[in-house]
Design a protein around this ligand. Structure first.
Ligand SMILES: [Zn+2]
Length: 279
């Protein structure tokens, strides 16, 4: 799933390409693509795109009175639609601009979870889907993060992925942040000391900055295998910091990757939550 750096760099690319161009029409291709009824998309027709911003993992296409909030979910993309074919593969919705260009929202697979929400104004005060997002992950101070830790006591890896706790990170960056901070992905946030909060703040900024630097060199959004990192999807490879072998705890839809020497005092993690239920 595209996370903060990928979405941010993509927002910048789209702003550069489309800012100032008036919207002609919004065309839903599937009936699940548009998640809202009010305001209607036509409230933005004829309005130039002010910019494409970002909040958490959402793209915000700002047209003044109305903002189109787009979530790409797992396999979604918002790409320049050169062909504009009537039935594009994976097509969810299309934004047609007055200069004849178009942006196409596609989603791979059949989950149909990517979508578009129209919200009034510049979306800062918006209701769903932005209202319950936590603060931007890379903007927090250590004291603010410590506060969030107390409010959301859970495993650190789960906390980093929880968009209500902090917004913008996903499975990949949660792995990378835990590794950079030299903390166990299973550490309980409710028990973490201020030094740990400082380490996590630094780790988030480092991982986000590296991701952004890489992503900004690209003409389009990277695929997950190309993104920079030390542990994510590198099980069996040597840790770039200490040389120990990267290990994983596997779940049905994702894995937690970590280095035992750097993060758990050499201990190999088992998934206690799952094994308890399996007994
Ligand atoms: Zn290591």
């Amino acid at each position: 799933m595209p996370e903060l750096p990928e979405v941010q760099a993509h927002a910048e690319r789209l702003t550069e390409a489309f800012a100032g161009t008036p919207l002609e029409r919004f065309v839903p291709i599937t009936f699940t693509a548009l998640k809202t009824a009010v305001p209607a998309p036509d409230s933005a027709y004829g309005r130039p795109l002010v910019e494409v911003g970002r909040r958490g993992k959402y793209l915000l296409l700002r047209f003044g009175p109305t903002t189109f909030v787009i979530h790409l979910m797992q396999g979604g993309r918002l790409l320049v639609d050169a062909k504009q074919s009537p039935k594009p593969r994976g097509g969810q919705a299309r934004l047609l601009f007055e200069d004849g260009r178009a942006l196409l929202l596609t989603e791979a697979g059949t989950e149909r979870r990517a979508g578009v929400w129209c919200v009034p104004g510049d979306a800062e005060e918006a209701g769903p889907p932005l209202a319950k997002l936590g603060p931007e992950a890379d903007r927090l101070t250590a004291a603010e993060l410590q506060e969030r830790f107390r409010e959301f006591p859970m495993r650190l890896h789960g906390f980093l992925r929880d968009q209500h706790a902090v917004a913008g990170l996903g499975r990949r960056l949660a792995n990378e942040v835990c590794h950079r901070a030299k903390l166990s992905p299973f550490a309980n946030t409710g028990k973490l000391k201020p030094e740990a909060a400082s380490a996590v703040v630094e780790a988030i900024r480092g991982a986000v900055d590296d991701g952004l630097a890489y992503e900004r060199t690209r003409p389009d959004m990277s695929s997950s295998a190309d993104r920079p990192g030390g542990v994510h999807h590198r099980v069996g490879e040597p840790c770039p910091v200490c040389g120990d072998t990267i290990r994983a705890v596997e779940y049905s839809s994702y894995e937690v990757d970590y280095c035992p020497t750097c993060q758990t005092g050499g201990k190999v993690l088992a998934d206690n939550t799952t094994s308890k239920f399996l007994k």
